[in-house]
Design a protein around this ligand. Structure first.
Ligand SMILES: Nc1ncnc2c1ncn2[C@@H]1O[C@H](COP(=O)(O)OP(=O)(O)OP(=O)(O)O)[C@@H](O)[C@H]1O
Ligand SMILES: [Mg+2]
Length: 358
């Protein structure tokens, strides 16, 4: 067995040797934050939002913090998390005087095991006050010439954290002149509703940017380059098969390439390594797929099955409005995505459906 590290990565934020393309997007975001405006970035799940923004803000050379709203359990927790990130950029000693304005003083301690700083607020404190004080601190510590970039990832969660939090945040954020907000979200319908619905407090809050899949040529080059070590003769063909199968989806392409690599290393005589890799992934997720499938109603099952065949959905079987509303729901729940056409989000789930409905 050859002892070379798998050159593909999937699931977490990617950078450096695991990151390809997005040159235009990175340049655009870097340029954009030089203005006094805010940016809203939307795409289906795992298209690379967090990665592209992380890269752009790092390259911008500006002070920046990132907080994922999905990891916050309450507004108090969100406030503490923002503050903790803020302290990583601004050593406490230098901004201590600004904390004295806080109406509720945070508890700050060092975790003896990890050495990292922990921030919390006493339970029961007025949450509206906490978040306002934290965001005001950021504004006070910065200036028009030195704006901070605040990235709020999975921003659609704002609606689940607390009633009217969107209203409150909007009213604080719109007064700020020393912060550029970058708000990311993956639930397309929810994000569109937050920023496009006239009744929403965040209506037209910032520039809306949509992230597409990775361009095929670059991605092909990226995959082929890495597969070459194990498959010098077939890396080009394998990369094509991977991208055809995943339709250039960033995450699934990396996942499949990683498995193809793995099969090449561990099962050198496996025959068709590409099919072997797919079988491995589908088998590993078989139970999850089965559970998901059992919970779909008849219409959803019909639509998903139909999508796997590539045949048109308007076949007379269901009324157009029924298909449309079911598609919207499936899209909202992340099973179906729309980039050039409606397609199943997960190509391995698609495979499972084909196998189990033959
Ligand atoms: N520029 C890129 N080059 C190569 N692979 C990428 C790139 N962007 C994303 N990926 C792949 O997609 C995966 C998901 O990326 P990332 O977490 O940035 O996406 P996301 O849109 O923020 O996802 P989520 O919806 O889960 O928050 C990465 O782990 C990687 O495998
Ligand atoms: Mg993300």
């Amino acid at each position: 067995m050859r002892n070379i590290e798998n050159p593909f990565k999937f699931g977490t934020i990617v950078d450096e040797e695991y990151f390809t393309d997005r040159v235009k997007e990175v340049a655009y975001i870097k340029e954009f934050v030089k203005s006094a405006n805010h940016l809203v970035l939307i795409s289906p799940r795992r298209f690379g939002k967090s990665s592209v923004v992380a890269k752009a803000v790092k390259q911008s050379g500006r002070k920046h913090i990132t907080v994922n709203l999905q990891q916050a359990t309450s507004v108090s927790d969100l406030s503490a998390k923002i503050l903790r990130e803020f302290f990583k950029v601004h050593p406490l000693g230098r901004i201590r005087h600004l904390i004295t304005h806080f109406r509720v003083i945070p508890t700050i301690s060092t975790n003896p095991v990890t050495g990292s700083m922990e921030v919390s607020f006493q339970p029961g404190a007025n949450e509206a006050v906490l978040i306002e004080d934290v965001l005001t601190l950021i504004e006070r510590a910065h200036s028009v010439k030195d704006r901070m970039i605040v990235v709020l990832d999975e921003f659609q969660e704002i609606r689940d954290l607390a009633p009217n939090l969107d209203k409150q945040l909007r009213s604080i954020m719109q007064e700020q002149k020393h912060v550029n907000y970058i708000l990311l979200g993956s639930q397309e319908s929810m994000m569109s509703d937050i920023f496009e619905n006239k009744k929403s407090p965040f209506y037209h809050f910032g520039e809306l940017m949509r992230l597409g899949k990775l361009p095929r040529d670059d991605f092909h080059h990226y995959l082929s380059d890495r597969l070459m070590t194990i498959f010098p003769d077939s890396c080009d063909e394998l990369s094509n098969r991977i991208l055809d199968y995943t339709n250039c989806h960033p995450y699934y392409s990396q996942q499949l390439a990683s498995n193809v690599w793995q099969v090449g290393v561990l099962q050198p005589g496996a025959g068709d390594v590409f099919r072997a890799a797919i079988t491995n992934i589908v088998t590993a997720h078989g139970l999850d797929y089965e559970r998901l499938w059992m919970n779909f109603n008849r219409t959803n099952r019909w639509i998903l099955r139909r999508l796997t065949t590539g045949k048109p959905l308007q076949s007379g079987e269901y009324h157009t409005s029924t298909i449309y509303s079911a598609l919207k729901r499936l899209q909202k729940d992340g099973y179906v995505i729309y980039s050039d056409c409606y397609e199943m989000e997960d190509p391995f789930f698609r495979e499972w459906i084909v196998i189990n409905n033959e």
